[in-house]
Design a protein around this ligand. Structure first.
Ligand code: AMP
Ligand code: MG
Length: 418
């Protein structure tokens, strides 16, 4: 990967805005170079490396959009229903013969239009006998027919470079006959937890220990992104051990993520370790939960030290790690999914920082979901995430929320890919 300079995250202020942090991360680090050609069926979730130029039109040929009768609009009478001679039957996959003047052909959805026909009447709107069909007035030329290329014109950009290959993109690439696509390489991401109090699920839990959850949360968040994630286990609260683990992981990964150990206490060894192994920039983000975060570069590889509290780790992952990962992956920037909801609670906050309040969502009378605040606020409350449905995002300038206020919410269903 491209070697980063040690000061690429440098920032002069004290409290950094969330948007500013995201902009810094996504502009100072280049996407990973390269491209892989993969069979279409294996590209789901990957990032398209270059624009896909349509090699053919879609639909490939002029065809009927309905089951009905195809004819030439010029054969219709101006203000009266027109009886046309019924001649021919064209099913999907058939070849179509040209129509004789004053005639119509029985046609089915997806079947090719006769070369000289332009319009189709739906079978429900026509009166047909064995030999003729009565076409009502009011049909516009071209009605119920799909010209070649009306969906995608040959030579146009069907999918843009940087686009994630999701279900609709997979379908479109297949419709254009692609067997292989050029995709961007997946960033290799190493994930560490840190803390002497952490135990691996399955191991006995000591008196003052808690099971490590952040690694599982982060690996699950990474599973929805185009990355190759590696579980690198738990590091002890020891700067030297952490520094050497980070140094050796840096050479094998494009990004390292840690959680814990980045506050300002004496027991926060990740900051010291990043400093020892490479270069450190400490950010106090204007965000709650999630204020402290450490950025670093070790042997040219970026490191993000996320806070240890589980909810803070998720919020900072979404605002720091996710945009940087999308950038490394060559993906077009993808804002977090935000929707409108109506709050039913009162809340006060400090100006100048962005706050995320956990809320449950219910159907509202005016069509907007109603957001109800989760009753507790701790950044360590893991169950607050399983028992609520969304984060309500309270912007920097807001100091007060009143019942009935319009809020922006980030639904977990979209954030967590369920
Ligand atoms: P720290 O930032 O290391 O001071 O950790 C803040 C809080 O988050 C402490 O209560 C830690 O025990 C907890 N914590 C840190 N890392 C994890 C983790 N991987 N899983 C669960 N809790 C954690
Ligand atoms: Mg810790």
């Amino acid at each position: 990967m491209a070697q980063l300079t040690d000061d690429c995250f440098a920032f002069g202020g004290t409290l950094m805005g969330v948007d500013e942090a995201e902009a810094l991360l996504t502009t100072r680090i280049p996407p990973l170079p390269g491209e892989e050609q993969l069979p279409l069926g294996t590209t789901l979730g990957r990032i398209l490396a270059r624009d896909l130029i349509a090699p053919m039109p879609l639909p490939p040929f002029h065809n009927s959009a309905v089951d009905g009768y195809a004819f030439r609009h010029a054969d219709l009478k101006a203000k009266l229903a027109t009886s046309l001679v019924l001649a021919g039957r064209i099913a999907a996959g058939d070849k179509a013969a040209a129509l004789a003047p004053g005639s119509a052909a029985r046609i089915f959805t997806g079947a090719p239009m006769p070369a000289n026909a332009d319009t189709v009447v739906m079978q429900e709107d026509a009166e047909a006998s064995v030999t003729s069909v009565l076409v009502p007035t009011g049909l516009k030329p071209g009605a119920n027919a799909r010209p070649a290329g009306e969906d995608v014109a040959q030579g146009s950009i069907a999918l843009r470079a940087g686009r994630r290959l999701d279900a609709p993109a997979m379908g479109l690439a297949a419709a254009l006959g692609c067997t292989h696509l050029g995709v961007k390489p997946r960033p290799r991401i190493g994930v560490f937890s840190t803390g002497d109090e952490l135990a691996q699920p399955g191991m006995p839990l000591g008196a003052a220990q808690t099971y490590d959850s952040n690694r599982f949360t982060l690996l699950a968040l990474l599973a929805a992104l185009p990355v190759e994630a590696t579980d690198l286990g738990i590091l002890p609260d020891d700067a030297a051990t952490t520094a050497s683990a980070l140094r050796s992981a840096a050479s094998k990964h494009d990004l390292l993520l840690t959680t814990g150990g980045v506050s300002t206490g004496e027991e926060d060894h990740v900051r010291a370790a990043i400093e020892a192994a490479g270069a450190l920039v400490f950010w106090r983000l204007a965000i709650k939960p999630g204020r402290p975060a450490a950025m670093g570069v070790i042997a040219g590889t970026p490191v993000i030290g996320l806070p240890g509290n589980p909810v803070a780790a998720v919020i900072t992952f979404l605002h720091l790690a996710r945009p940087l990962i999308l950038r490394l992956a060559g993906a077009a920037p993808r804002p977090l999914p935000r929707f409108a909801a109506r709050g039913d609670f009162a809340y006060r906050k400090k100006a100048g920082r962005r706050e995320y309040v956990r809320v449950t969502l219910a159907e509202g009378a005016d069509g907007l979901p109603v957001a109800t605040k989760f009753p507790r606020e701790g950044a360590g409350l893991l169950s607050s995430l399983t028992r609520s449905d969304a984060f309500a995002e309270l912007p920097e300038a807001v100091t007060e929320v009143a019942p009935g206020d319009l809020l922006r919410v980030l639904p977990f269903a979209a954030l967590f890919g369920t």
